[in-house]
Structures are given as structure tokens and as C-alpha cells.
Design a binder for this molecule. Structure first.
Ligand SMILES: *Cc1c(COP(=O)(O)O)cnc(C)c1O
Length: 387
């Protein structure tokens, strides 16, 4: 199988798995206990905190371990909303956020908060001038993702952060898709909070982290023992945290090399598909995108048929077409970049990983060509278009 869905999840790196193993059966202690077994766990956790801090240029004290990207986003957004509800009730985000941010904002709208969703235009990128206009004296939080999980577009985070900092408004970014893929530096990016998730960078599922800049205050959204400075109570997932730490340190070491390799595979894929498949288009900005992301659309093709036929050829990929989602709605991201519903049906997301090879890409280009041609032969839409 050729796995091309790394934005959905990635396999655990065998080195990461090896690092985690001792913390299940041998060194299983609770990190809050005083005897040596507990201290072993605590030490392993603090070493992991350093590894996580290091990949984003943070201090160790600024890292809170969570159950993943979704929880990190929730703590940052609701935690700020609850903390500052007496100061203001306005939040600014974008129309293309991951559901972990988008649905959290929708929930807050039902509970007295007002949310501005900044448009992204055809290239999938927010305009800083729109942001400036949206800010009011009631704005307490700006939350804009670093890179989009569907179309891969990268937002001008440092510029947005500079504006937020100047106005004294908290700025959170969901960096789940970028940590380990492109350089992320919380200081250069002027962010107050940043979410990351382990399973998108070759670590285990169910663990993540939230960076909270020194001095930034949020209200806890769950309550319990005082773990993680009271911001995220609950006995720590030591094996998972150790895995996340190891995954970050491997990703940091290989970042430049992997990014170069992925960018060149991505560009070959994009150029070849656009050149060789008629009526094919790229969704999202051509260059301001993740090194591992290509998102196409093909006229008169159903995304589901495309995914299943590619699967029969051994390729795992995904689509933003309506029928693939549980809500039977087309991807809100594809709608936000101005596509018509019928256009979104024919979308294909390919997200590469460092284990993919040039041969994988050559095979995939040919498979896409064949499958699109075959499906179009059976498509009444394509025949009606007279092509
Ligand atoms: C995967 C993803 C999340 C959710 O992370 P989990 O660890 O699966 O909860 C949040 N934001 C983005 C951009 C993602 O790609």
C-alpha cells in the first residue's frame, strides 16, 4: 500500500515506539508520587517537555500536555473566552479552521460570544487588512490556524501576531499540521498559544501539547488534581508523552532534509497531474502551502469513486466531497475558497510523508491519470459536457 493521507494521521515511528515501551509495564509509576518509580515517570515526562519546547522555540514551563490537538484548541479558545468574558465577548477566526476550532467557536456563539470568520479568498489565505478591520474593543482572542489540513495553505501568522500583540489581544494558532514539517518558532510568530498533536508527526494518537506563553492566563475547562499547572488535570499519559517528545526530537533533527524532499515530491506530483490530466485544478495557493500537501479537483468526478478506485490500486488518499463526510455536507474549506458544490465533489487530497518515494509518486501520477479517465468514461456529467 502507498499511504498518502498523512494529514489524517501518520504511522508511529519505530524509534518512537521503542522509546515509549518501558513506560507501560516496567516504569509505570504515577508521576505525582514520591518514590523512585514515580520519579522515573516524572523525569521522562520533563525530558519530553524539553523536546516539545525545543521544536517550537519555547521554554519548558510554557508547555502543557493534553490529549491531542482538539483538546489543546478547546483549552486555548474556551479558556480565554471564560477568563476574559467580562472584558469582551468578541473572537476572530477564519472560515477554514479545523472543526476543533470551528465547532468550538460555533459553541461559544450559542453562549453569548460573537465570532468573526475572516474570509480566505481563492488562494485560501486570510488578508491582514481584513483582520485589522475586524478588531473591536471587545475582541479578546484571535485564533487562526498556521496551515490548513485540507488545502495546505500557510497563513501569515507572524504578521497577524504582531497586530494582536500591539492591540493586547491574545493570539492562538493551531499548528497541528506544521510542527515537524516547516520551521515553527513561537517567538518569531508572535503567538501567545499554539496547539500541536503527536499523531500528525509520527507519534502516538491521543496526546498533544498546548504552548501557553509565560504570563498568559486561561481558565481551565476541566477540573481535578493539579496536574499540568491546574490547566489540564488528570494523571499524565506518560508513554504517550514520551512518544510525543521523541517524535518532536526526530522531526526537529530531520526537518530541513524532509521538507526539501517532500517539497520536490509534491511539486512533481502537482506539475505532472495538472499537465497530464485534462480539466484538473489545484486547490489552494501554489507555493504558500505545506511541503507535503497537494489538493486537486477534477471536473465531472465523484471524490468517493476516486478514493475507492485508487484504494483498489493500493493508494490511500482522501476527498472533501460531501458523501465522504458524516454530515453529508461538502467541505467548508472548499466552499470558503469559492468552489461550487459540484466542483468540491471532485476533490482529492494527497498528503505525503517522509517514507514516500519517487516511485510512489510516479505510480500515483499514473494511477490518477488512469482512474480519472476511467471514471469520466462512465460519467454522464462528462459526456454531457461534450469533452
Ligand atoms: C488533526 C488536527 C487536529 C486534531 O488533532 P487531534 O490530536 O486528532 O485531536 C486539529 N487541528 C488540525 C489542523 C488537525 O489537522
Amino acid at each position: 500500500m502507498i499511504y498518502l493521507d498523512h494529514s489524517a494521521t501518520s504511522p508511529v515511528d519505530p524509534e518512537v515506539f521503542e522509546a515509549m515501551k518501558p513506560y507501560f509495564i516496567d516504569s509505570f509509576g504515577n508521576a505525582s508520587t514520591l518514590y523512585s518509580l514515580g520519579r522515573e515517570g516524572k523525569n521522562a515526562m520533563e525530558a519530553a517537555r524539553e523536546q516539545v519546547a525545543s521544536i517550537i522555540g519555547a521554554e519548558t514551563k510554557e508547555i502543557i500536555f493534553t490529549s491531542g490537538g482538539t483538546e489543546s484548541d478547546n483549552i486555548a479558545i474556551k479558556g480565554t473566552a471564560y477568563k476574559f468574558k467580562n472584558k469582551g465577548n468578541h473572537i476572530i477566526t477564519s472560515t477554514i479552521e479545523h472543526p476543533a476550532v470551528y465547532e468550538t467557536c460555533k459553541y461559544l456563539e450559542k453562549n453569548g460570544f460573537e465570532v468573526t470568520y475572516l474570509p480566505v479568498y481563492n488562494d485560501g489565505i486570510v488578508k491582514v487588512s481584513d483582520l485589522k478591520e475586524a478588531i473591536t474593543d471587545k475582541t479578546i482572542l484571535i485564533t487562526i490556524m498556521h496551515a490548513n489540513n485540507e488545502i495546505g495553505t500557510i497563513q501569515p501568522i507572524a504578521e497577524i501576531g504582531a497586530i494582536a500583540r500591539e492591540k493586547g489581544i491574545y493570539f492562538h494558532t493551531d499548528a497541528v499540521q506544521t510542527v515537524g514539517k516547516i520551521p515553527v518558532d513561537v517567538k518569531e510568530m508572535n503567538v501567545d498559544m499554539l496547539s500541536l498533536s503527536s499523531h500528525k508527526l509520527y507519534g502516538p494518537k491521543g496526546v498533544g501539547a498546548l504552548y501557553i506563553r509565560k504570563g498568559v492566563r486561561v481558565e481551565p475547562i476541566i477540573h481535578g488534581g493539579g496536574h499540568e499547572r491546574g490547566i489540564r488535570p488528570g494523571t499524565e499519559n506518560i508513554p504517550g508523552i514520551v512518544g510525543l517528545g521523541k517524535a518532536c526530537s526526530i522531526a526537529k533533527e530531520n526537518l530541513v532534509r524532509d521538507a526539501q524532499k517532500l517539497t520536490s515530491l509534491r511539486d512533481k506530483l502537482i506539475d505532472s497531474v495538472l499537465e497530464q490530466v485534462e480539466d484538473s485544478y489545484l486547490n489552494g495557493h501554489r507555493t504558500k502551502r505545506l511541503p507535503n500537501n497537494a489538493n486537486f479537483r477534477f471536473t465531472a468526478i465523484e471524490g468517493e469513486s476516486l478514493i475507492l478506485t485508487l484504494d483498489s490500486k493500493g493508494i490511500a488518499s482522501s476527498t472533501g466531497s460531501a458523501c465522504s463526510s458524516t454530515k453529508l455536507e461538502p467541505s467548508h474549506v472548499l466552499m470558503a475558497i469559492g468552489l461550487k458544490e459540484v466542483e468540491s465533489h471532485g476533490s482529492l487530497r494527497i498528503s505525503l510523508g517522509h517514507e514516500n518515494t519517487e516511485e510512489d509518486i510516479n505510480y500515483t501520477i499514473n494511477a490518477i491519470k488512469e482512474v480519472v479517465a476511467k471514471l469520466r468514461k462512465m460519467s454522464p456529467l462528462w459526456c454531457a459536457s461534450g469533452t
